[in-house]
Design a binder for this molecule. Structure first.
Ligand SMILES: [Zn+2]
Length: 220
């Protein structure tokens, strides 16, 4: 539907500008995508500054990565986005960014102590560490997507962060929660380290996350 596509193009452009202004997508770093329908995805072009994107700059691709519309090449991280859409039918948007604090933890191979952060637990479920892999590698993309069975966000070791959601705004929000959790983890380190919530509270918040994720078909 034409109107829906116009709205989705605007939503991606707006999210890209926000994330750029927040310092999460410096230069041409980062990429965003959203589902147009069950077979097609709208994605940012390779090498584009996300702070200056226009709705017409976005490419339409199929779930195998073939370009159906638009100029230029799709993001180099396209296989990562598509692996998530193929694995989880409920995923409607994917955001990959390099937020400074989350990426610092990813570079240091340090997990975010989500068991001490109720907001992160409730919003993200968990934050797995995904081993480093080359951009655009299909096997790596599948391995990375598998880490999202129990999570809505992850750290990409020596690289950055990845978040998924039911909408562009939701995936953007997950990325913001992730960066906030990373900032708290770093601050907490100055104070001697995070103190985990009681186990029953961790279990309760994880169950709430699982419930929300399971509500729509395709477990998201
Ligand atoms: Zn990246």
């Amino acid at each position: 539907v034409a109107v829906a596509e116009t709205d989705l193009r605007r939503a991606l452009v707006t999210a890209g500008r926000d994330l750029y202004r927040q310092g999460m997508m410096p230069g041409a770093c980062g990429n965003l995508s959203t589902r147009l329908d069950s077979q097609r995805v709208l994605i940012t072009p390779s090498g584009a500054a996300k702070g200056r994107l226009r709705p017409g700059d976005l490419l339409v691709i199929d779930l195998e990565g073939w370009v159906l519309g638009g100029e230029g090449r799709p993001s180099t991280e396209t296989p990562l986005h598509l692996a998530l859409y193929r694995r989880f039918s409920g995923v409607a948007a994917v955001v990959h960014a390099h937020p400074v604090k989350a990426t610092a933890l990813a570079v240091a191979h340090r997990p975010i102590p989500v068991e001490a952060l109720p907001e992160a637990l409730f919003a993200l479920g968990s934050v797995p560490l995904i081993p480093y892999g080359p951009s655009g590698d299909a096997a790596y993309a599948d391995q990375a997507a598998a880490a999202f069975e129990q999570a809505d966000a992850a750290l990409l070791l020596n690289h950055g962060a990845l978040a998924i959601g039911r909408s562009v705004a939701a995936a953007q929000g997950k990325m913001e929660v992730l960066e906030s959790a990373a900032a708290m983890a770093l601050e907490t380190d100055q104070l001697g380290g995070a103190v985990a919530l009681p186990e029953h509270e961790v279990d309760r918040l994880r169950a709430l996350w699982r419930h929300r994720r399971g509500e729509s078909a395709g477990h998201l």
